[in-house]
Design a protein. Structure first.
Length: 369
């Protein structure tokens, strides 16, 4: 368990203006394979109905967000009293970690850097538990249990994990949560990408958030519902005291009225949910097969809407591939700045089939030179 430096500059999926300045391509013309956002965009239902609710902006939203929390509870199959809503999952990550004030944190990595940033910002002694490349980034449950020292206060798991795409089954999470309860450790599970998993019911920790008071899960609408600008996230937590501490720290009305209405529409849009899954499942299978047939690539199985790939040739790096794709108006993610990964790893999210084919052709052309 070490803490590699992940501070070097790189382009994130939200950095389209920076990319525009460097490559002289309009941000609106860039196909972002880096942001991991649903390629379908906003649902037709949301676009058709949200405009009729604009008058909600003339009043404060319900401070308790009761209607929204009830819709989320129905969507997840949980107790509405256990739902916490926030200004995106990013705010909730910060709120939970600050409220927990962990002395010692352990984070499964490679993963999203904000967990480490927030833990350190809260004064925690934070380190990574490595998901090893040699093991396909699959969790070694016994090794993790051994690594969880008696003084570990917080364990953070992204599930499915970004950027590796793999997921931990709930049966495994159950045993981990039970062990953590025995040593007084809180488990924070980020399920940002779980709705893209084909076997979501075997992965999601919703039942565990009801079962364990030392566990909370986080989700948002940025990725699956293609709404990063809405800034709407939610958490499930059965610890009443922790929810109260978070409420005391949170800025009142952190979710605006329009986002509150949008959330109530999104979570009941079953047609859009199915349409998204149909697209992601079929394209994920097709693209994984196509890339796996290339001997110069190693493709990691994904339970999400993105795929992690390793270049098996030193002639092409993630940076050079990023540059080649960018010059064609396509932005992928160079993963060399994730902990434990190097310049041979890149990640791309699933877009519509024609755009996916363009990216495949770009990758194959770069490898054939």
């Amino acid at each position: 368990m070490n803490n590699p430096d992940t501070s070097s500059e790189h382009f994130h999926g939200s950095d389209l203006q920076k990319v525009e300045a460097k490559y002289h391509i309009k941000a609106s013309d860039i196909i972002s394979f880096s942001a991991n956002v649903n390629p379908l965009g906003l649902s037709d239902k949301l676009k058709a109905e949200l405009s009729s609710h604009l008058d909600c902006l003339t009043a404060y939203p319900d401070r308790e967000y009761t209607a929204l929390r009830n819709v989320i509870a129905d969507y997840c199959g949980c107790n509405a009293d256990h739902v916490v809503v926030g200004n995106g999952s990013s705010e909730l990550i910060s709120l939970f970690i600050r409220a927990l004030a962990p002395k010692k944190s352990l984070i499964l990595g490679p993963t999203y850097s904000e967990y480490m940033n927030e833990a350190k910002g809260a004064g925690s002694e934070a380190s990574y538990f490595e998901l090893k490349e040699s093991e396909g980034f699959v969790l070694d449950e016994a090794a993790l249990i051994s690594a969880l020292a008696d003084d570990t206060s917080l364990l953070v798991i992204c599930n499915p994990n970004n950027p590796t795409g793999g997921a931990i089954r709930r049966s495994v999470l159950d045993r981990i949560a039970d062990h953590c309860r025995s040593i007084g450790c809180f488990v924070l599970i980020d399920e940002t990408y779980v709705e893209f998993a084909s076997d979501m019911d075997d992965i999601t920790a919703v039942p565990l958030a009801e079962k364990y008071t030392n566990l909370a899960l986080l989700r948002g609408v940025s990725k699956f519902y293609s709404s990063p600008g809405l800034r709407l996230g939610y958490a499930l937590c059965s610890d009443t005291g922790l929810r109260q501490r978070i409420s005391m720290q949170q800025v009142p009305w952190s979710i605006n009225s329009l986002a509150e209405v949008a959330g109530r529409l999104m979570f009941t849009d079953t047609a859009f949910q199915q349409q998204t899954r149909d697209l992601i499942f079929s394209e994920r299978k097709r693209l994984t097969k196509r890339l796996s047939e290339n001997p110069l690539l190693k493709v990691y199985p994904s339970d999400s809407n993105f795929i992690l790939v390793k270049l098996l040739t030193s002639d092409v790096t993630a940076a050079s591939l990023f540059d080649a794709a960018m010059r064609l108006g396509m932005m992928i993610r160079d993963c060399s700045t994730f902990c434990f990964l190097d310049e041979s790893f890149f990640r791309f999210c699933i877009m519509d089939p024609s755009d996916n084919d363009r990216l495949m052709e770009c990758i194959e052309k770069c490898l054939s030179k």
